[in-house]
Design a protein around this ligand. Structure first.
Ligand SMILES: [Zn+2]
Length: 321
């Protein structure tokens, strides 16, 4: 060990300094601790300014994720715009055409107020981008779900409507392009045989015996047989509350219970029952009540034809019954 001396001003001489073992240990530890502290400071400062390879890799991954999140947000914005457009058409066209109840704004945009469902996410990351993307994704998913439910409803309504249209009488029961067969219409008329005023519940078409008679809508043959007044008569049940009746037929072309399509040949014009000449007596019933058949030729007639039919069928004072 190095020997140290200290100048003593009293004795004006150098005294030998005695270093105790304890003091030496203390000195050693002070030095040791200081060097550790310095190393730590050095490490912290160094790692603050310079990244380790592992950190560099992590930063690269983080940058890539950020980019992907930005891309996802952009696509979500685009999807949101497409949804806006679909929602517009749905509310203003499809749901209106098919008479569906409109979906209120509050339903379409429900479920995003109140409790902050993103609290945990916000705690887990201070990255606003992740939270925002997650919120947008939730909104788009919810809107898509509501939109798809709406389309399900519209599709089922459209199917129902299509079927209803097929089952609604909308043509004349005989070929009558020039309207020359239109003989007598619905309303109060003089009965051709009894010569009294009687309510005529259908429309008469004069045509030669054997002229084809067609089903005016899809349906099922519900009655087929002979009737004292109506002669050979056919009743077609169309569903949706509609029935059509064809009377004074010469012959049937269908069996009871047979399913028919609009335009199918169901029989031939005749002169059976209480009838003053070969003609078809045709009735349209809705909910069991006779309707004016003139209003059920809309697939057949132009607006001017329609007016003409109304005129002809109402001016004839006497029916063929
Ligand atoms: Zn008649």
């Amino acid at each position: 060990m190095k020997v140290k001396y200290r100048f003593n001003p009293e004795s004006l001489s150098y005294d030998k300094v005695k270093t105790s073992f304890k003091a030496w240990i203390l000195k050693f530890f002070t030095f040791f601790t200081a060097s550790i502290v310095i190393s730590i400071i050095y490490y912290v400062v160094f790692s603050y300014f310079f990244n380790s390879p592992k950190e560099k890799a992590l930063i690269r991954v983080n940058d890539q994720m950020k980019l992907q999140y930005e891309l996802a947000t952009k696509r979500l914005d685009e999807m949101s715009k497409v949804l806006d457009d679909m929602q517009q058409r749905d509310d203003n066209l499809y749901r209106v055409v098919f008479e569906a109840e409109p979906i209120s704004r509050s339903v379409r945009e429900a479920g995003f107020g109140g409790v902050n469902r993103y609290e945990e996410l916000e705690k887990a990351t201070n990255n606003q981008l992740v939270v925002e993307t997650s919120k947008k994704l939730d909104i788009v998913s919810k809107r898509m779900y509501i939109q798809s439910k709406s389309f399900d409803e519209v599709i089922s309504k459209a199917k129902y409507k299509g079927q209803m249209l097929m089952c609604t009488p909308n043509i004349q029961p005989v070929a009558n392009k020039d309207l020359k067969k239109t003989a007598s219409g619905y309303g109060w008329r003089i009965h051709p045989i009894y010569k009294i005023r009687k309510f005529h519940e259908g429309m008469d078409f004069t045509a030669p015996v054997g002229t084809p008679v067609y089903a005016t809508a899809d349906g099922t043959i519900a009655e087929e047989g002979r009737d004292a007044g109506y002669g050979n008569k056919l009743l077609i049940n169309h569903g949706f509350g509609y029935e059509t009746l064809y009377a004074h037929l010469e012959q049937f072309n269908v069996r009871l219970g047979q399913k028919v399509k609009r335009g199918d040949l169901v029989g031939y014009v005749g002169n059976t029952g209480l009838s003053t000449g070969p003609h078809l007596h045709y009735e349209v019933h809705k909910g069991g009540k006779p309707q004016n058949p003139a209003y059920f030729y809309f697939n057949d007639l132009t607006p001017s034809d329609f007016n003409q039919v109304l005129e002809i069928s109402s001016s004839m004072g006497q029916t063929f019954d």
